[in-house]
Design a protein around this ligand. Structure first.
Ligand code: ADP
Ligand code: NA
Length: 327
């Protein structure tokens, strides 16, 4: 139909955090009416670092299940596995031939990852941004929801698409970044100058979407703040600012409303309230995961149907590209 399309994906490595939910998933749920949405479990990207196969398979399924449990309607949204759509790899090869070594060497993520995995600096790690470009261009995405950390990847995607279009005519839609409406960046509970990340080694720094209520409350109680005991929204108080942001999203209140609500109260009460609000957000998601995990056939059906749907759109683009280059 006439809807604009949207592409996004997440790696199946690591447990999703409250940051992933409040910065990405929650926004995604609100877009299904306006856009034709493709959400990919990017398992091809995962093998640029060594993975245990059974574990990768388990995590990919858990991520897809979580997408649905977080509220993404799997009929309105095409939620699928990257490895089930061979067009990703095929387009990626073609685009490799339209990407320069120089532009790939400038990608900060390659520099970071090759420093972290010095024993395995493989070619996949280097060409990772080309696969990411292929992911997006395969679905002719008009918009891509991006965090600040991913801007560079979208820029290279646009550069590659424009380069290709300049040679062959209007083949690819040039994707625009989409900054979510809620858009808050959730920070680490232990180092509030750093973003909350599923790859943080300190488990107390992040709230995982699968954390039980006691764990959530305990982590908020231990959250790093300051010694003032005043609930004020200020960059000088990153710990409290982050807790206000979290509470405001979880309780669906404005920052001003939150500050007024806790005027004169101490950090102990406030942390407890934030913890309880987050528990209420996570409860229905966790219940839904339990329910979905009982119905293996349902999830299998979603994976199959959406894989076919994604393949249909991917093949359309791929045929067009193949013809242009002479296949
Ligand atoms: P992580 O750092 O947790 O591994 P990714 O880089 O895989 O997360 O990002 C997945 C999605 O979640 C992206 O859309 C990203 O912008 C969003 N995201 C990740 N961490 C946060 C955060 N702390 N606050 C808000 N959004 C986040
Ligand atoms: Na990512």
């Amino acid at each position: 139909d006439g809807k604009k399309s949207l592409f996004s994906g997440m790696q199946a490595t690591g447990n999703l955090t409250l940051g992933n939910y409040m910065g990405a998933l929650k926004n995604w749920v609100a877009m299904e009416e306006e856009y034709q949405c493709f959400y990919c479990v990017v398992d091809l990207h995962s093998i640029t670092v060594r993975q245990d196969p059974a574990e990768l398979r388990r995590r990919a399924r858990a991520l897809l299940t979580l997408y649905i449990a977080a509220g993404l309607d799997p009929v309105k949204n095409c939620i699928y596995y990257q490895s089930h759509v061979s067009g990703h790899a095929e387009l990626s090869w073609i685009l490799n031939c339209f990407t320069y070594m120089g532009e790939l060497s400038r990608m900060t993520q390659f520099k970071d990852k090759s420093a972290k995995h010095a024993d395995n600096i493989n070619a996949g790690l280097f060409t990772y941004p080309v696969l990411m470009a292929a992911d997006i261009l395969l679905f002719q995405a008009d918009v891509v929801p991006v965090g600040v950390d991913q801007k560079q990847h979208l820029e290279i995607t646009r550069d590659i698409a424009e380069r290709f279009n300049n040679i062959y005519g209007d083949v690819f839609t040039i994707p625009e970044p989409y900054i979510g409406k809620v858009g808050a960046k959730i920070m680490s509970l232990q180092e509030p100058e750093k973003k909350m990340s599923k790859s943080d080694e300190n488990v107390n720094a992040s709230i995982y979407l699968t954390d039980d209520p006691d764990t959530v409350i305990r982590k908020f109680k231990r959250a790093v703040t300051d010694s003032e005991n005043q609930i004020i929204y200020s960059d000088d108080k990153p710990g409290i600012k982050n807790l206000i942001d979290i509470y405001s999203i979880a309780a669906n209140k404005t920052v001003d409303e939150v500050v007024r609500e806790f005027d004169g109260k101490g950090y102990g009460d406030f942390k407890m309230a934030v913890g309880e609000a987050v528990v209420s957000v996570l409860k229905p998601i966790q219940e839904k995961i339990t329910e979905l995990n009982k119905d293996k056939a349902y999830i299998d059906g979603i994976i199959k149907a959406n894989g076919e749907k994604a393949n249909y759109y991917a093949t359309k683009t791929l045929r067009k590209v193949q013809k242009k280059v002479g296949f």
